[in-house]
Design a protein around this ligand. Structure first.
Ligand code: DX5
Ligand code: ZN
Length: 235
């Protein structure tokens, strides 16, 4: 995808291909460049960056300066998950820092179509996220304009929480809504046990934090999730 200044950015792989997307929230923050190199060595294309503001969610993580430093270390696609109030005030800073894809929460945004359009004009792809308690109809008018819908399968804010089966079932409705051209991502409690459930529902983008970076052998952990996805015939 080309931004208006002609710079070519890495982009999300085509929808429909299963992607395991490690969330660095559970990585060793003192060794982030090494962790990204391991993700790349595993053959993955995308990494998930969780941005929290201590306001929309009760936790604080990283912002544009850290993303800019990571950008210099890797060509992995940066799938940037903004768990922040007023995302429209900050997207320029995240794009300048090197985000390739930005997902914002529908709960935080009054004019989602405007934000999606701004992101596209900046040369990055756009995602809409639903909290576990937010019904799918909230995104109905905007989903087709987006590149990804993210269904939270935990309450956002922390890694290592238990998968919420009822929230995950919304993936079925989201997939029916967006068809095959838009990525459907799940985030929270994804591991080799829960992967076949969400892939069976139609998810093609599997964020995993603790299930990868909580394991000594990250590459084996990634392969275990890929193997679990392929048991559904879509890996
Ligand atoms: C939670 C974040 C997730 C988190 C998932 O608010 O959005 O990306 O890292 O962590 P796990 O996979 O450990 O549930
Ligand atoms: Zn996330």
């Amino acid at each position: 995808m080309k931004s208006p200044d002609g710079e070519t950015r890495p982009r999300l792989p085509k929808a429909g291909t299963i992607q395991v997307v490690p969330s660095i929230l559970s990585a060793d923050f003192a060794r982030l460049a090494d962790e990204l190199a391991t993700v790349k060595a595993a053959g993955l294309e995308v990494v998930h960056l969780d941005v929290m503001d201590g306001h929309f969610v009760p936790n604080i993580t990283i912002g544009p300066p850290v993303i800019a430093r990571l950008r210099a270390c890797t060509d992995l696609v940066f799938d940037t998950h903004l768990m922040i109030t007023s995302p429209e005030r900050y997207i320029d800073a995240f794009v300048d820092a090197g985000a390739d894809h930005i997902t914002f929460h529908i709960e935080t945004c009054l004019r989602p179509l405007e934000l999606i359009d701004r992101l596209h004009k900046m040369g990055v792809s756009a995602g809409l996220c639903l909290n576990p308690d937010t019904p799918v109809d909230q995104i109905e008018p905007f989903a087709a304009a987006s590149d990804m819908v993210l269904v939270m399968t935990v309450q956002p804010g922390f890694g290592g929480q238990a998968f919420m089966p009822d929230a995950a079932r919304k993936v079925i409705t989201v997939r029916q809504l967006v068809g095959p051209q838009v990525r459907v991502e799940v985030d929270g409690g994804i591991d080799p046990q829960t992967t076949p459930i969400v892939v069976g529902y139609g998810a093609d983008t599997l964020v995993a934090g603790n299930a990868i970076f909580g394991q000594a052998d990250r590459i084996a952990a990634i392969m275990a999730i890929q193997a679990a996805a392929s048991t559904c015939g879509r890996g």
